[in-house]
Design a protein around this ligand. Structure first.
Ligand code: ASP
Length: 320
């Protein structure tokens, strides 16, 4: 394959990509999709390259799929967990970055509780930096894999009605998805109680999201005629020091949870998505999570293909 280097090396935010760039990444990921079913899953495009996964927050799917993606392209993948890194001894992220850079990696994939961590790291290292989730700011590869999943199951993203329901206030997934889906021509309904909706969320992408993103506090209204329903977990770990935002989980589940009954508000062929981890029986009834309309495991599979594309693009460039 031939590559062109005319693409940015870092992937910090969906805000940095236009629609054409997003489609280019999704098309790039399509090339890797079939590999999952092949008996031999390895290509050698990143042979001899090094990818460091620097994760300061917990992760199952994202960390595993970045590691798998790197290995399937024959790169060396090294995992550094924040809890076992020298930051626990007081080292700054800047210094950690400079020290890792002294070992000459080709890319660093970072997850951090500080919104802005990926941008900060990108400003101090010479290799590519990929944001695997920075606080409540963005999770760009999640939005890309979600767009790839929607494209696969619905044939397009343009013109679809997508409901994002749950704890929007603490969700980097909601932010990246609202931006990405609006750029790709979908209409997005943000649906939650007021206390879980950040003020001005519909303006995160300026005029574009003002037109395409709408906020509602009624589940029935948010789901009415939706093609895609994306459910989010309450991110209790980000509530520290905050006043209570809802009376209790049971109450939230009753008013904003997705059950077979409330899924009835959406289109009959609507698909159900969730970035994981699911809190079964809270935002999502087990029958829906395991039902025929859920594409949650397909999201996980796309995660590997999309992250292969993102790594290859960061290190080698986009397919010419
Ligand atoms: N896995 C996603 C994230 O890292 C969503 C979540 O944790 O609820 O943001």
């Amino acid at each position: 394959m031939r590559y062109t280097r005319d693409v940015p090396r870092h992937l910090v935010s969906i805000a940095d990509l236009d629609a054409a760039e997003i489609v280019r990444i999704l098309d790039h990921a399509d090339r890797f999709w079939a590999l999952a079913d092949a008996p031999v899953k390895k290509l050698d495009t990143l042979r001899g390259r090094t990818v460091i996964n620097l994760f300061f927050e917990s992760s199952t799917r994202t960390r595993t799929s970045f590691e798998l993606a790197a290995k399937r392209l024959s790169a060396e993948a090294i995992n550094v967990a924040g809890s076992s890194s020298s930051t626990t001894k007081g080292e700054t992220l800047r210094d950690t970055g400079r020290n890792l850079m002294a070992m000459h990696p080709d890319a660093i994939v970072i997850r951090h509780s500080y919104g802005g961590a990926a941008a900060l790291l990108a400003s101090v290292v010479d290799c590519a930096v990929i944001n695997a989730g920075d606080g409540q700011h963005e999770h760009p590869t999640q939005a890309l894999l979600d767009a790839a999943t929607i494209r696969r199951h619905k044939g397009r993203v343009d013109g679809l009605e997508v409901a994002i329901v749950g704890d929007i206030a603490h969700s980097r997934v909601a932010r990246s998805n609202a931006l990405c889906l609006a750029k790709l021509g979908a209409r997005v309904r943000i649906c939650a109680p007021w206390t879980l909706i950040p003020r001005g969320i519909e303006l995160i992408g300026g005029e574009l999201t003002r037109e395409r993103v709408r906020v509602t506090t009624r589940l029935e209204d948010g789901l009415d005629g939706a093609d895609v329903v994306m459910m989010l977990r309450v991110q209790h770990e980000r509530f520290e020091g905050e006043a209570s935002r809802f009376p209790n989980t049971r109450e939230l589940s009753r008013t904003f949870g997705l059950s077979e009954r409330t899924l009835g508000y959406a289109k009959p062929d609507a698909i159900v998505m969730h970035p994981g981890p699911i809190n079964r029986g809270v935002e999502l009834a087990p029958q829906v999570a395991d039902g025929a309309r859920a594409v949650i495991l397909s999201q996980v599979s796309w995660g590997v293909a999309v992250r292969m594309a993102v790594l290859e693009r960061a290190i080698l460039g986009a397919p010419a």
